[in-house]
Design a protein around this ligand. Sequence first.
Ligand SMILES: [Cu+2]
Length: 273
Amino acid sequence: MAARFGQRGSAAVPAVLAIMLVLIVAISLYFFLAKTWWYPPAINDFGREIDAQFTRTFVITGIVFVASQLGLAWVVWRYRANGGRAKHFEGNNTFEAIWTTATIVLFVGLGVVGRTAWAQLHFQGIPADAMVVEVTGKQFNWFFRYPGADGKFGRTEAKFVDEINPVGVDPKDPAGADDVVTATLGVPVGREIHLIERSLDVTHGFFVRELRLKQDALPGLLVHVHFHADVPGDYEIACTQLCGSGHHRMRATLKVMPEADFEKWLANEKATQ
Ligand SMILES: [Cu+2]
């Protein structure tokens, strides 16, 4: 019930609301600081750069969040209905100017600081000696193609796509004769990989958490990205676009191996085709 003028309101309602606000802040802070649901460790410099930007953003927005919510709790309690008349005022230009400027400085500042990570991925040229691998998304699988000894991919066309030729390599193109198509993305550790993404049907999202790399594969486009992985191991490749009824099972493995193991792995994949 709203208190009428001259009547003291109940202190219980603002007290409960203020305590709830403080609890929400405390619980949120706990989960962020304890990293209960967090990314697995990054496996390259780019990933660590992204993490640093992530942390900077969280620290800054976290301070703003805590200050504003605790401020709100204080105001809820301090200005509860105490029988006085409510005052009306028309904003405060100084405060408006301060928080608008602060917001601009924070957002532009974060953008400027984070530009190196972004540029590394999108504007830094792909090294010429990078190993080229083609990734094809198709409801609901990922396929990876290696150009073979000639270093050239065979031509592809949709009409050649079938069970044994999942990415549609033209059987008459000699460049395609030694192409190796796999269901796992094997890469040598530390080597720069030039990934060419394509899709045979709808938009799929290529995402490896440990690389902090996410790039959509789009029908009708070749999308180029590059990465290297410094820690050997198996990592999940997940599709991050809701691409159809089997989207949840559209996953593959990124296998990072020492150079010699990689050569063996690739030769073995070739032998089974
Ligand atoms: Cu998909």
